[in-house]
Design a protein around this ligand. Structure first.
Ligand code: HEC
Length: 184
């Protein structure tokens, strides 16, 4: 009798353990539509893609981050699905006469954060893009104000139109510079 009871107990235990072990084997990946990709809350901890990009014609400084999935890409490859890139757009600080201030190394000084641009790719994400002629593979775009939540008024078709000619660099403007400067 005791033996039967322990077999039953063991069976119940094993069933419970197997039940607990049934966590999904593939992580759930959200599918985002163009214009809807959120700014990931932890992006400041990601690897830097490029830093202190100087844009004299618009008097801006830009900081670009890439998530760890994208950061593992080798030169010459396309970025894998799951890659997200975040670009902070800062106004360069100005003197009273409106000219941009320059630091000792000749660079603009970062002022107010104006906008945060995001681009990311995932399987089938490009299907939501309108017009379809401006599809950048499976990349989608979104842009926000400095709070990282309020959408900026920009139409994301303008993002794709400007990035579209970069198909041979997986639509990423500073592709070459990134792989040239990347240290690890
Ligand atoms: C007129 C051309 C143009 C438009 C429009 C444009 N971009 Fe870009 N984008 C660039 C350039 C050039 C860079 C490289 C960084 C730099 O020089 O400022 C860039 C870089 C980026 C990056 C960093 C990854 C990379 O490609 O180097 C992201 C993210 C990005 N843009 C998102 C957007 C979003 C979102 C929009 C639309 C709201 C947009 N871009 C519109 C020209 C453009």
């Amino acid at each position: 009798m005791n033996r039967i009871m322990s077999i039953i107990t063991a069976t119940v235990l094993v069933t419970a353990l197997v039940g607990c072990a049934q966590v999904p084997s593939t992580p759930v990946v959200n599918k985002f539509a163009d214009g809807e990709l959120p700014v990931p809350s932890d992006y400041k901890n990601w690897p830097k893609f490029l830093s202190e990009i100087q844009r004299p014609e618009v008097k801006q400084v830009r900081e670009i981050y890439i998530n760890p999935i994208g950061h593992r890409t080798k030169a010459g490859e396309a970025f894998p699905n799951g890659t997200v890139s975040v670009m902070e757009i800062y106004k360069a600080r100005e003197a009273a006469d409106g000219s941009a201030l320059i630091d000792a190394t000749g660079k603009f000084i970062k002022g107010e954060l104006l906008k945060i641009a995001v681009m990311g790719k995932g399987a089938g994400w490009g299907d939501s893009v309108k017009p379809a002629e401006l599809k950048n593979g499976d990349w989608i775009y979104a842009i926000y104000l400095a709070d990282a939540k309020t959408k900026a008024p920009d139409n994301t078709a303008t993002c794709r139109a400007c990035h579209l000619p970069l198909a041979d660099k997986d639509y990423v403007f500073r592709y070459g510079e990134y792989f040239q400067k990347r240290v690890n």
